[in-house]
Design a protein around this ligand. Structure first.
Ligand SMILES: [Zn+2]
Length: 491
């Protein structure tokens, strides 16, 4: 067995340049061993022949992609030709389905000529039927992971694809925050500022599950209200200070006091979650629902064919957020996956870690300096970060020390029971489109790959999309992979 090399692609990459030339390039120059293809896109579109017979237990349906309407069935086009070249094909299942766009720039891009925000992620038919319910009884911006129709939809897609095409497996990719993080910092994406969200999910299925677990839903709701008041206090203080990191918007609570709590924000936070441990239980329930969906997806794939593989993407914010690390539990995940791809990237990692620290600083340490918050959080991770020049972290990036420590941590966490394939970025955005703090360079890619191999990774996923990657950086990846194959033995 060789060092595994996955690379995510879109149907348009192959439609525009031709299937065979692109596959030849990936094989010969980058030494890709598995092509990941977005057969089901971020926008809820299917690029393959979906068959109704698999959707008996759900009203949810993808819409056919534009290329599919032209007869370009990407799973059909790609699978045999990849196999002929000795490469595997994974269906890259992007489970997002958010209604609101995820960044301010995305909002600006998606306002139509009538001033209405277009909602590209909401293409999944009948999505509003399965949305989370927030603490105020409002339908939220994303589906509930416990909703039986939403869960059945995922299993239907996996079964449909695996029975319809001789693909080698599915890479399942979802990027969502639990409610504790949502209330404290809002969205988890790296390019936005901070605006606290209302707590979720209080739909009938989650209320029933809470009852089964013995969690008092009314206490949870009260706890989320106290926590949201706490979170809006620092957010309103930041708006008052004209802190550009605070995103303006409507306050959801009646709190108007913007002074810091007498003994500090962090002590106040501890008081609330100690008084209302139901908030923590609700947050745990949310992550359990996510992981049990992962387990169902895995079981569905194995029921179709035990030899097909299921890999899971673990999104980058987990790397920086100790609350999420604790509950997005990869030790548990090893029981229902064939491999795990934790997103790592030392080039955009500096920018992303810096933005996370800005969030957590405003939420829990706004009466302290940014550097103090950074030191407190990094005590958890122990990465090599220069706090005296912390504001330059986005330009500096995170060092190879971060890649090595996190690769080793993941391998130890799963007890080496399943392979860890760190996701190494090639030309990932390290800042807004107008200002990339640390552009990717061939040497960074080469050094990053050599570092994870040395730390024990048995493969990698080059991230995040072929269409973003510059040739010089892909060639550097190919050189590193050839060197890794030469130096290390994999069995
Ligand atoms: Zn729910």
């Amino acid at each position: 067995m060789n060092f595994f090399v996955g690379l995510p692609t879109k149907a348009s990459d192959f439609y525009e340049k031709g299937v065979e030339p692109v596959l030849d390039y990936l094989k010969d120059t980058v030494h890709v061993s598995a092509v990941f293809i977005q057969a089901r896109t971020y926008y809820g579109e299917s690029g393959y022949h979906a068959r109704d017979e698999y959707y008996a237990f759900t009203k949810l349906r993808d819409r056919p992609s534009e290329l599919m309407k032209k007869g370009f069935d990407i799973l059909g086009e790609l699978t045999d030709r990849s196999h002929e070249r000795g490469m595997e094909v994974y269906s890259h299942f992007l489970s997002y389905d958010f209604i609101h766009p995820m960044s301010e720039s995305a909002v600006a891009e998606q306002v139509d000529e009538h001033g209405f925000i277009q909602v590209p992620n909401a293409q999944l038919r009948n999505l509003s039927h399965v949305l989370e319910i927030d603490q105020f009884g409002r339908k939220s911006h994303r589906p509930c992971l416990l909703n039986p129709e939403y869960r059945a939809y995922h299993c239907a897609v996996v079964e449909d694809q695996l029975r319809g095409y001789p693909i080698d497996g599915v890479i399942f990719n979802t990027e969502r925050n639990g409610p504790l993080t949502g209330v404290l910092i809002g969205s988890g994406v790296s390019t936005m500022g901070r605006k606290p969200y209302a707590g979720t999910c209080f739909c009938p299925y989650c209320l029933e599950e809470a009852h089964r677990r013995g969690i008092d839903a009314s206490k949870a709701k009260e706890g989320f209200l106290r926590l949201l008041e706490f979170s809006e206090r620092s957010w309103l203080a930041a708006l008052k200070n004209k802190d550009p990191f605070a995103i303006p918007g409507m306050a959801l609570t009646d709190i108007r006091d913007t002074s810091p709590p007498p003994e500090g924000y962090f002590v106040e936070f501890l008081r609330i979650i100690s008084r209302f441990p139901e908030v923590l239980a609700w947050n745990q329930m949310w992550y359990d629902n996510m992981l049990s969906l992962f387990a169902e997806v895995y079981g569905t794939a194995k029921a179709v064919s035990p030899s097909r593989k299921v890999g899971f993407h673990v999104w980058h914010p987990r790397a920086f957020n100790p609350f999420m690390r604790a509950l997005f539990n990869v030790r548990e995940m090893r029981r229902y996956c064939d491999w795990i791809k934790p997103k790592m990237d030392h080039t955009c990692g500096g920018y992303r870690f810096y933005r996370y620290i800005q969030r957590i600083h405003q939420a829990l340490f706004y009466d302290r300096t940014l550097e103090q918050a950074a030191r407190a959080v990094n005590a958890v991770f122990d990465w090599d970060v220069d706090f005296n020049e912390f504001s330059r972290l986005p330009e500096q990036g995170l060092g190879l020390d971060y890649l090595e420590k996190d690769t080793r941590a993941y391998i130890a966490e799963v007890d080496d029971a399943v392979p860890i394939y760190p996701g190494i970025g090639i030309d990932m955005p390290s800042g807004p489109e107008s200002h990339k703090y640390r552009p990717c360079e061939p040497q960074y890619v080469y050094d990053g790959l050599m570092t994870i191999a040395k730390a024990g990774a048995r493969g990698t996923v080059l991230c995040r999309d072929l269409c973003e990657m510059q040739e010089k950086n892909m060639e550097a990846a190919g050189k590193a992979i050839a060197e890794i194959q030469r130096v290390y033995q994999y069995d």
